[in-house]
Write a new protein. Structure first.
Length: 144
C-alpha cells in the first residue's frame, strides 16, 4: 500500500514538472527535421543537419534547434543552433566532438532534432518543445 502511494506521488510529481516545462500551448509554432545522414570525423566530431521553420515568438525567450545521436544505448547531445523564427524555412547544422564514453563509429544510429523555446516569463528559463523529429540515420565518415 505504501509503495503504491509513493509510486502515485512520483507519477503526479513528474506530471506537474512536465506540465511546468511544457506550459500552455506554445506561442511559437514550427517544424523541425533532421537529415537521414550525418558524419563522424576521425577525431570523433559528429555533424548533424536538417531544416526548421518557426513563427515569430509572442512570448519572451530564445528559440533553439538542439540535436542528439543515439548509438547502442548511449545518447550524445550534439550542439545547438539559435533559430530565426520568421516563418521561412532555414537549415541548421550542429556539431560536437565526443570526448567521453565510447567513440561513435560510422554506421546505423538514431538522430533526434528538437525545436525548443526557453520560456522566460517566470524569470526561470523553462524549455518549451515546439517540434521534434526522431528517426534512424546513417553516420558516414567525414571527408576532408
Amino acid at each position: 500500500m505504501r509503495v503504491r502511494l509513493v509510486a502515485a506521488g512520483a507519477v503526479a510529481a513528474a506530471g506537474v514538472l512536465l506540465g511546468a516545462a511544457s506550459g500552455p500551448a506554445a506561442a511559437v509554432s514550427g517544424t523541425v527535421s533532421a537529415n537521414p545522414t550525418g558524419t563522424v570525423a576521425p577525431d570523433g566530431t559528429i555533424t548533424l543537419s536538417g531544416t526548421y521553420r518557426c513563427s515569430m515568438p509572442t512570448d519572451p525567450g530564445p528559440v533553439f534547434v538542439s540535436s542528439s545521436v543515439l548509438s547502442g544505448s548511449v545518447r550524445h547531445g550534439i550542439g545547438g543552433t539559435a533559430a530565426t523564427c520568421d516563418g521561412a524555412e532555414h537549415t541548421w547544422v550542429n556539431h560536437d566532438r565526443i570526448t567521453h564514453g565510447e567513440a561513435m563509429k560510422p554506421g546505423a544510429a538514431e538522430v533526434e532534432a528538437t525545436l525548443m523555446q526557453l520560456d522566460t516569463r517566470s524569470g526561470l528559463p523553462l524549455p518549451r518543445i515546439i517540434a521534434m523529429d526522431r528517426h534512424s540515420m546513417d553516420l558516414r565518415p567525414a571527408t576532408a
